[in-house]
Design a protein around this ligand. Structure first.
Ligand code: BGP
Length: 489
C-alpha cells in the first residue's frame, strides 16, 4: 500500500455548478447565469436582447463566447438556466458537509464565487453578505475536521470582467488581484490551500478541439491567458509575502494526448499538442517561465514574443507550490484524415482510441493514462501534486431511495489503483478530490443527467425535484477507500 499517511481524500465542486443562490444577498451575475441547459447532443446558449430589442440565443461553451455589438445579456422566459440553482449548496451546506464528514473526507474542494464578493469585480468595497457566507461554510468545515481547498476563479468571473473589461486588458488583472487580497486576508484563519484559476488552459480548448478554429481567436486567447498567468503570479507572490502558511496551486485541465499511430508525424503532432495546451501552462505557473516551445506557438499565431516576455520577472516570482490538475480521459491525435472521431454529438476531442472504452458522453476511460501523466508531471516539476477532479459522468437511476452505480465504483477503483501505482513509481501525489462528489450541473452540457457524485441529488434537467440527498452505492465504496487510506480499492 503506497498512499502516504495524511493523504488528502476529498471531493470537488464549483460555485457556479453547485452553489445556487445566484441572485441572493447581493451576488452579481456571471456568464453562466445567462447560459441555458443543453445535453450531450444539443448545445448550450447564451441569451440576450439585441440592439433592436429582440431576444436572441448564441451557442456557447465553458470558455464563453463573443456577443454581437450592443447585446444585453438577459434571462428569457422560455429558457431554463440550471446554474441559477445548481444543487443549492447555498441552503444545504450544513447537510452536505455532514455527509462529507460521514464519508470520511478530510478535504473539500470548492470555489468562491467572485461576483458574490465583488458583484461586478470593479467595486472598491466587498459585499459583506458574500464574505459572511463563506465564513459560515469554512466554520462548518473546520468543525467537521475537513480542510478546504479553494478555487479562486472557477468559470464564473463577473460578467463585467469578461464582457466589458476583457482579460486582454490589464484592468482585469488588477480586479483579480484586489479580489485575492480581500479573500486572503478575510479567510486567513480558515483556509490554507488555494488554486488561482480552474483549468487555466481551458482558454485554449476551442483551439485544441475545433478543427480550423479561427487563428485570430486563438491568438486572442493566448493573450488573455497570459494576463491570467500574470494575475495568478501576482496573487501567489502576494500570498507568499504575507501569509507564509498558504499553499498555492495551479489547476490545469488534463488534456492528455496520445499519437493515434506510430507514424512519426502523429508522434510529433501529439507532442506539440501537449506542449501548446498543457506544458505551456504548467511551465509558466510551476517553473515560472514559458517553455522553449512557446516561441513556436507564438509564431504560429503571429504573436509578438515581446508581449509575453515583458512580464518574465513577475512570472518568475509567482511560482506555485503545488501542481493540481483534472483528469477524466485521454484523446488520440493523428494527421490521418480518415480516422474515426471520439465523443458524442459534436463534442469530439480527437480520434477514437481502439484500446479503451468510452462513457455515454464519449469520454475515453483510461486509468493508465492517469499513471502516465502523473509520472510526466513528476519528472518535469518535482513539486507535490493533487488530482483535484476525476470521475465518471453517468446516467444514474434513483429507485426506492437507492442508486446502484457499479460503473462508478469500477471507474474509481481503476483510477485509485493507477494512483497507487504512480506513487510506487515515485510520484509525490498528496491528494485526490473526485469531481462532483455530490451531484451538480455539468459544465459542458448544463445537464443534471450527467452525474458524477457518490451523493445523489433529486433534481432534473428542467429544475424539477426535491433537492433531497441520497447516498449511492459508491458512497459506501469511497468511504471504505478513505477509511483504509487507499488500502482497499
Ligand atoms: C471540468 C471542470 C468542471 C467539471 C468537469 C466535468 O472541466 O473544471 O467544472 O464540470 O470538467 O465536466 P462536465 O461537467 O462537462 O462533465
Amino acid at each position: 500500500m503506497s498512499f502516504p499517511k495524511g493523504f488528502y481524500w476529498g471531493g470537488a465542486t464549483a460555485a457556479n455548478q453547485y452553489e445556487g443562490g445566484w441572485n441572493e444577498d447581493g451576488r452579481g451575475p456571471a456568464l453562466t447565469d445567462y447560459t441555458t441547459g443543453g445535453s450531450a447532443t444539443s448545445a448550450r446558449y447564451l441569451t440576450y436582447i439585441d440592439v433592436n430589442g429582440n431576444p436572441q440565443k448564441q451557442r456557447t461553451s465553458i470558455v464563453g463566447t463573443t456577443l454581437p455589438e450592443g447585446a444585453t445579456l438577459t434571462c428569457l422566459d422560455d429558457c431554463y438556466y440550471p446554474n441559477h440553482l445548481g444543487t443549492d449548496f447555498y441552503h444545504h451546506y450544513k447537510e452536505d458537509i455532514a455527509l462529507f464528514k460521514e464519508l470520511g473526507m478530510n478535504m473539500f474542494r470548492m470555489s468562491i464565487s467572485w461576483s458574490r464578493i465583488y458583484p461586478t469585480g470593479l467595486e472598491d468595497k466587498p459585499n459583506e453578505a458574500g464574505l459572511k457566507f463563506y465564513h459560515e461554510v469554512f466554520k462548518e468545515l473546520k468543525a467537521n475536521g475537513i480542510e478546504p481547498l479553494v478555487t479562486i476563479s472557477h468559470y464564473d468571473d463577473p460578467v463585467t470582467i469578461v464582457q466589458e473589461v476583457g482579460w486582454e486588458n490589464e484592468q482585469a488583472i488588477d480586479a483579480y488581484v484586489k479580489y485575492c487580497k480581500t479573500i486572503f486576508e478575510e479567510y486567513k484563519d480558515e483556509v490554507k490551500y488555494w488554486l488561482t484559476f480552474n483549468e487555466i488552459n481551458s482558454m485554449l480548448m476551442m483551439a485544441s478541439f475545433v478543427p480550423n478554429y479561427p487563428k485570430e481567436k486563438t491568438a486572442l486567447a493566448y493573450k488573455q491567458l497570459h494576463n491570467k498567468f500574470v494575475a495568478s503570479a501576482k496573487a501567489v507572490k502576494y500570498a507568499h509575502d504575507n501569509y507564509p502558511n498558504y499553499v498555492m496551486g495551479c489547476m490545469i485541465a488534463g488534456l492528455v494526448n496520445y499519437p493515434l499511430t506510430c507514424d512519426p508525424a502523429d508522434v510529433l503532432y501529439s507532442q506539440q499538442k501537449m506542449q501548446d495546451y498543457f506544458w505551456y501552462c504548467g511551465d509558466v505557473q510551476t517553473r515560472g517561465a514559458y517553455p522553449a516551445s512557446a516561441k513556436r506557438t507564438w509564431k504560429k499565431y503571429d504573436l509578438d514574443p515581446a508581449f509575453f516576455e515583458k512580464d518574465a520577472e513577475i512570472l518568475k516570482e509567482g511560482k506555485v507550490d503545488m501542481f493540481t490538475f483534472s483528469y477524466y480521459n485521454t484523446s488520440c491525435v493523428t494527421t490521418h484524415a480518415d480516422a474515426q472521431k471520439d465523443g458524442v454529438g459534436n463534442l469530439s476531442m480527437g480520434a477514437k482510441n481502439p484500446y479503451i472504452k468510452y462513457s455515454d458522453w464519449g469520454w475515453g476511460v483510461d486509468p493508465s493514462g492517469l499513471r502516465y501523466i502523473l509520472n510526466e508531471i513528476e519528472d518535469r516539476y518535482q513539486v507535490p501534486c493533487m488530482i483535484v477532479e476525476n470521475g465518471l459522468g453517468a446516467y444514474d437511476k434513483l429507485e426506492d431511495g437507492q442508486v446502484h452505480d457499479p460503473y462508478r465504483i469500477d471507474y474509481f477503483s481503476q483510477h485509485i489503483k493507477a494512483m497507487d501505482e504512480a506513487i510506487s513509481d515515485g510520484v509525490n501525489l498528496i491528494g485526490y478530490t473526485p469531481w462532483g462528489i455530490v451531484d451538480l450541473v455539468s459544465a459542458s452540457t448544463g445537464e443534471m443527467a450527467k452525474r458524477y457524485g457518490v451523493i445523489y441529488v433529486d433534481m432534473d434537467d428542467e429544475g424539477k425535484g426535491t433537492l433531497k440527498r441520497y447516498k449511492k452505492d459508491s458512497f459506501a465504496y469511497y468511504q471504505e477507500v478513505i477509511k483504509t487510506n487507499g488500502e482497499k480499492y
